[in-house]
Write a new protein. Structure first.
Length: 316
């Protein structure tokens, strides 16, 4: 009878896979773990919770914890589809930055889908006498170690974007580390630092006001967030750093549950109004298959892991 019931699924349910029937799920509330309230992961998690609760027929509750704690909670959770994680690079880059991390990015997680991608904008203080990436590199080479860049914590996109830039351009620019990117933007506006790779949402406001100059975007191609900005790669071929945010489950979560979430999220985030809301925060909606998300994670681990090791970022 159970096999027969799986042949008829509701519109929000995908066909069964393996030994688990998706229409048996969920039969209790689902928790989505995210980092601190008010940030990008929290925003994305709440979009999913609000948009999918009715279709799943159960409450979807967002649980905010520090990023490390949220990741560990899901890594150790029972793989039954009732504990999921919205997170980005902290999942797969933290093991390169810290010792004794209690999870393995590949062994302990099942990717479901990407949610968004966010490049960074290379922005400089309005007084800096440069108008392009080429001119910035020339200035940095003429004044080695004199220019400062601001960044959020170690391993953040603002940090790694700048370190990749330094390595590929062959320049010496001094890092000023802040607890959060917001303080880095404040000091950039005040002239305490001269440049940074900033969030398009927060930095873009000041570009429009003329207080900062945007030189380039960190994605390989121009971004819909500002199509007029050239990619850094036009000056430094091969340069690319884009931060993905995605939905993950504990490893060994059934294929039926993974497929149901994947398809439900794709439908939800295909809504043009939601895409505009994410664009306003500086992120582009990008969904895909679990396999595509897994490949993106492994690519980051290979490419960005190399940057972290070579620049000894875990020691700074």
């Amino acid at each position: 009878m159970k096999a027969a019931c799986c042949l008829i699924c509701m519109t929000t349910i995908v066909p069964c896979a393996g030994t688990v029937c998706a229409q048996d799920y969920p039969n209790k509330p689902v928790r989505i773990f995210a980092s601190s309230a008010g940030g990008g992961t929290d925003f994305a998690a709440r979009v999913l919770a609000t948009g999918l609760t009715s279709g799943f027929g159960q409450a979807i509750v967002v649980e905010n914890r520090a990023a490390f704690n949220s990741i560990e909670a899901v890594a150790k959770a029972t793989p039954d589809g009732y504990s999921l994680l919205v997170m980005g690079v902290p999942v797969w880059l933290t093991p390169f930055l810290q010792d004794n991390v209690p999870w393995d990015p590949v062994r302990d997680f099942q990717p479901i889908t990407t949610l968004t991608r966010q490049p960074t904008f290379l922005v400089v203080h309005s007084s800096l006498p440069v108008k392009s990436v080429k001119e910035l590199i020339a200035l940095a080479k003429a004044r080695p170690g004199e220019l400062n860049y601001g960044s959020g914590g170690t391993g953040t996109s603002s940090h790694l974007s700048a370190e990749l830039f330094k390595a590929m351009a062959g320049v010496k620019i001094t890092r000023i580390n802040y607890k959060g990117a917001a303080q880095a933007v404040t000091d950039l506006l005040g002239g305490q630092v001269q440049l940074m790779f900033g969030n398009p949402g927060s930095a873009g406001i000041h570009v429009k006001s003329g207080r900062l100059k945007a030189l380039a975007v960190s994605s390989a191609q121009p971004s819909v967030l500002d199509p007029s900005l050239p990619p850094v790669a036009r000056t430094l071929p091969g340069y690319e750093l884009v931060e993905y945010l995605g939905l993950l489950a504990p490893a060994k979560t059934s294929a039926a549950v993974v497929a149901r979430w994947n398809q439900a999220v794709a439908r939800l985030l295909g809504n043009p109004e939601l895409k505009e809301k994410f664009l306003a925060t500086g992120s582009e909606v990008v969904t895909g298959t679990p396999e595509e998300f897994s490949a993106a994670i492994k690519s980051d681990m290979t490419n960005l892991g190399k940057i972290i090791r070579e620049a000894r970022l875990s020691e700074k």
